[in-house]
Ligand binder design. Structure first.
Ligand code: 0RA
Length: 187
């Protein structure tokens, strides 16, 4: 989600969907630019694989021009990958759809071209590793609360959270930003 919010802060993402599935896996879909799919200039493998497996990778996060970040400079998505039993990455970019899968942080498929799409964005689906976490069940309220805060801090960014375990959903869009937060708090 923080990587998707970074895309929103850069002006390229308007919609983020977070879905908690029945098996407590989670899917995060954004309509950002999609991760670059070229070969990484120094690592000599596809950039998404570098972003997903190397802490602090991601290229743009280290650039001086990149002063705002909802995440922690490229750490998050690789940390999520390392702590996941499995993770499935889908990238829509340049008219194409790419896919790669990982187990416990390690790639188990190459990055492959899967089809065509007129949209752009990134989808990350993952299941927290029960060998690492003693509890892998998500709290809808905790996640909804955090995503609501993110929505207030990013006016115009539309965040939807869907819980398939209970059919609960929250539609978060705060066009008025922090001013709206104060007014909602007062009311
Ligand atoms: C590196 C560079 C660019 C975008 C991203 C990473 C990116 C990562 C994630 C993770 C989840 N959603 C994401 N969306 C984008 C910039 C790409 C460009 O310059 O076109």
């Amino acid at each position: 989600v923080d990587n998707s919010v970074d895309e929103a802060l850069a002006g390229h993402c308007k919609h983020i969907e977070v879905k908690i599935h029945f098996d407590n896996s989670v899917t995060v879909v954004d309509d950002g630019r999609g991760m670059p799919t070229d070969i990484h200039p120094t690592e000599h493998r596809p950039t998404p694989e570098v972003i997903m497996t190397v802490l602090h990778a991601g290229g743009k996060f280290d650039k001086k021009s990149y002063k705002v970040s909802g995440g922690l400079h490229g750490v998050w998505v690789s940390a999520v990958n390392a702590l996941s039993e499995w993770l499935k990455l889908e990238i829509r970019r340049g008219g194409k759809v790419y896919h790669q899968e990982y187990n416990r942080g390690a790639p188990v498929t190459p990055l492959v071209e899967m089809g065509v799409s007129s949209r752009t964005g990134t989808t990350v689906a993952f299941k927290a590793d029960a060998d690492i976490f003693s509890r892998v069940e998500y709290s809808f309220d905790t996640l909804a609360q955090r995503l609501r805060e993110i929505a207030y801090l990013n006016p115009g960014l539309h965040i939807v959270i869907i819980d398939e375990r209970t059919d609960q959903t929250q539609d978060l869009l705060a066009s008025g930003g922090i001013a709206q937060f104060v007014s909602d708090l007062n009311s």
